[in-house]
Design a protein around this ligand. Structure first.
Ligand code: DQA
Length: 145
C-alpha cells in the first residue's frame, strides 16, 4: 500500500523557537519538533515533509504545490494566522484535511492573536499544547484520511 503523505508547514520565526519566549513556545527547537513528528509519522506508516518560511508568498507557493501531492497538511502560519488573506485563500483551494497548530494558546494571549483568518478554512485547530499539538494533528490526519 502506498504510504500517505503529510506536509508540515511552519511560518515566520518558528525557526527561532529556542530564542523565543519559552513560556509561550516551550524549550524545543523546530528541528527537535520535526524529529518527533517524523517518528510519529513513521509509527503511523506515513511519510512527512517539512517546510518553514518567513515569507508569506513562499508559504502560498508551497501550499499551491501541495495540491494533488499530499493527503493532509499541518500548518502553523505563526503571525500570518492573524492577518494573511493570501495564506487563507491558498488553504481554501486544498480539499484535504488541514489542521492549524499553535504552540501557545492564542486565545489566552493578546487580543490581536485571538482571531485566526486561517482556521476558518482549516479542518480544525489545535492550540496551547506546545509541540504535542503537532503530534496530535498528525494522528488526527491519519484518522481523517
Ligand atoms: C504561534 C502564535 C502566533 O500568534 C505567533 O505570532 C507565533 C507562534 C504559536 O505557535 O503559538 O509566531 O503561531
Amino acid at each position: 500500500m502506498i504510504k500517505k503523505r503529510i506536509l508540515i508547514i511552519n511560518g515566520p520565526n518558528i525557526n527561532m523557537l529556542k530564542k523565543r519566549n519559552s513560556n509561550h513556545y516551550g524549550i524545543k527547537s523546530l528541528e527537535e519538533i520535526q524529529k518527533l513528528c517524523k517518528n510519529k509519522a513513521n509509527e503511523l506508516n506515513m511519510c512527512v515533509d517539512f517546510y518553514q518560511s518567513n515569507i508569506e508568498g513562499d508559504i502560498v507557493t508551497r501550499l499551491q504545490e501541495a495540491l494533488g501531492n499530499y493527503d493532509g497538511i499541518v500548518i502553523n502560519p505563526a503571525a500570518y494566522t492573524h492577518y494573511s488573506i493570501a495564506i487563507r485563500d491558498a488553504i481554501e483551494i486544498l480539499d484535504i484535511p488541514i489542521i492549524e497548530v499553535h504552540l501557545s494558546n492564542i486565545h489566552k494571549r493578546e487580543e490581536f492573536r485571538h482571531k485566526s483568518l486561517t482556521a476558518e478554512v482549516c479542518t480544525g485547530q489545535i492550540c496551547g499544547l506546545g509541540y504535542i499539538g503537532y503530534l496530535v494533528a498528525i494522528d488526527a490526519i491519519s484518522q481523517l484520511i
